[in-house]
Design a protein. Structure first.
Length: 383
C-alpha cells in the first residue's frame, strides 16, 4: 500500500498551483473571503460536505466514513500586513499584504489531505477539516469556538501543523506538554503633570516615573517567576513628549509578555500592575495597566503527541523532543477544548517566517498533507 505522501505527491502540480494562487491573493485576518470561497469550492469539487461562515470567514469540511473516532484537522488561512519582497511570479498582488507565515501552504496541505481522505477512505470515523481564519492576532480560533465549532462538529482529537524554515522538508518536530508560549500585549499609561523643561519642580515628570517603571519591571521575571518556569517581559514602546523644553503630561509604555502557563501569565500581570501603580505613586504620578492576553500557551496532549509523532516517524524523520518556542499560536485555544497536538514540519532552506523574502516551500505539501492524513488513519483505523 502506498503511503499518503506518495499518493499526494502525484497531485503535486495541481496543489502547488493552488498554493501559489492563494499566495498571490493574501487576505488579512477575518477578511479571508476569496480564500474561504476557494477552499469551499475545492472541497465541494471533491464531493465533501461544506459549512461556510463558521467564525466569520472560517470553513469546515466533513468526511463521514463509519462510527469510529472523530478527528479534527486544522489549518490557518490568513496573511500578514507587510510588503512582499520575493520578486516571485506568484508574489502578492495586494499591496501591504503578504503570506509571510506560510498559511497559504497550511491551507493547501489540508486541502490535499482532504482529497486523499475522501478518495481513499482508509479510516473508520469522521474527519472535520477546520480552515481557520485570523490566526495572526485577529482571534480566529476563538471566533470559531464562539460560533460553536466543537458543538456543531464534535472532535475526539484535533491536530495542526506549522511550517518551519531551516528544518529539512519531510521532517517533523513536536513535544508533549507546553510547546508554544502564551502571548499578551500591554499598555501602561503614566499620568503626571506636564510643564516647562526648565522648571521640573513645578511638574510631576512622567518620563522619570516611566523610566523607573521600565527598570522595576525587569525584576518580575528575575525575582517573581520561579527559575524552573520560563517567561519573557519586554518593554518595546516608550512614547513620551516631542519637544526639547516641554515635560509631557503623560507617557505610554507598551510591550509583550510570554509565558508557558496561565498561572504564570496571571502572576506576571499581577506583579506588573503592582509595580506600575506603586512606582508611579512614589513619584506622585499615577499609572494604569491594560493587559490583553492574545493567545493562551499551546499545550500538546501526551497521547495525541505520541500518535502524531508515530505517524510522522512512519513517514520520515521526527524530533519528538522539539524545543518549546516563545512564539504564540492561537490553535492553543482549540487544544484547551479538545486534546490534540501541533507539530512543526520542515520548510527546507527558506527565509524565516514573517520575513519579506519568505515563501512557503511547495515541496513540503505532500509531506504535511500526508502527515495529517496518516494521523487520521492511525487514530481512526478501519476495522
Ligand atoms: Ni503562522
Amino acid at each position: 500500500m502506498t503511503s499518503p505522501v506518495e499518493t499526494i505527491a502525484q497531485w503535486q502540480e495541481e496543489f502547488a498551483a493552488i498554493r501559489r494562487d492563494i499566495h498571490a491573493h493574501p487576505e488579512l485576518g477575518l477578511e479571508e473571503h476569496r480564500t474561504a470561497a476557494l477552499v469551499a469550492a475545492k472541497l465541494r469539487e471533491m464531493g465533501i460536505e461544506v459549512h461556510e461562515g463558521v467564525g466569520r470567514t472560517g470553513v469546515v469540511g466533513v468526511i463521514r466514513n463509519g462510527n469510529g473516532r472523530r478527528i479534527g484537522l486544522r489549518a490557518d488561512m490568513d496573511a500578514l500586513p507587510m510588503e512582499e519582497e520575493t520578486g516571485l511570479p506568484h508574489a502578492s498582488t495586494h499591496k501591504g499584504r503578504m503570506h509571510a507565515c506560510g498559511h497559504d501552504g497550511h491551507t493547501t496541505m489540508l486541502l490535499a489531505a482532504a482529497r486523499y481522505l475522501q478518495q481513499t477512505r482508509r479510516f473508520d470515523g469522521t474527519v472535520h477539516l477546520i480552515f481557520q481564519p485570523g490566526e495572526e492576532g485577529a482571534g480566529g480560533a476563538l471566533a470559531m469556538l464562539e460560533d460553536g465549532l466543537f458543538e456543531r462538529f464534535p472532535c475526539d482529537e484535533v491536530y495542526g501543523l506549522h511550517n518551519r524554515p531551516g528544518m529539512p522538508v519531510g521532517q517533523a518536530g513536536l513535544r508533549p506538554g507546553p510547546m508554544m508560549a502564551g502571548v499578551a500585549f500591554y499598555d501602561i499609561v503614566v499620568q503626571g503633570r506636564g510643564g516647562h523643561g526648565a522648571r521640573p519642580e513645578a511638574t510631576v515628570d512622567p518620563v522619570v516615573a516611566g523610566s523607573a517603571i521600565v527598570g522595576a519591571l525587569q525584576s518580575v521575571v528575575a525575582r517573581n517567576v520561579p527559575a524552573i518556569e520560563r517567561a519573557v517581559l519586554s518593554v518595546t514602546r516608550f512614547d513620551a513628549g516631542n519637544a526639547y523644553n516641554v515635560i509631557p503630561d503623560r507617557v505610554r509604555l507598551g510591550g509583550t509578555v510570554r509565558a508557558f502557563s496561565r498561572t504564570m501569565m496571571e502572576l506576571v500581570e499581577q506583579r506588573m500592575r503592582a509595580i506600575a501603580e506603586g512606582v508611579a505613586a512614589g513619584f506622585g504620578a499615577s499609572a494604569t495597566l491594560d493587559f490583553r492576553v492574545l493567545t493562551t500557551p499551546l499545550v500538546n496532549d501526551a497521547g495525541a503527541t505520541e500518535a502524531l509523532a508515530a505517524a510522522a516517524a512512519a513517514l520520515g524523520a521526527t524530533d519528538a523532543d522539539f524545543p518549546a518556542v516563545m512564539g504564540g499560536e492561537d490553535f492553543a485555544f482549540m487544544l484547551e477544548k479538545v486534546p490534540g497536538a501541533y507539530a512543526m514540519v520542515g520548510n527546507g532552506d527558506t527565509a524565516e517566517v514573517h520575513h519579506p523574502k519568505f515563501d512557503f516551500n511547495d515541496a513540503a505539501i505532500p509531506h504535511g498533507a500526508g502527515l495529517l492524513a496518516a494521523v487520521v488513519e492511525r487514530q481512526a483505523p478501519r476495522v
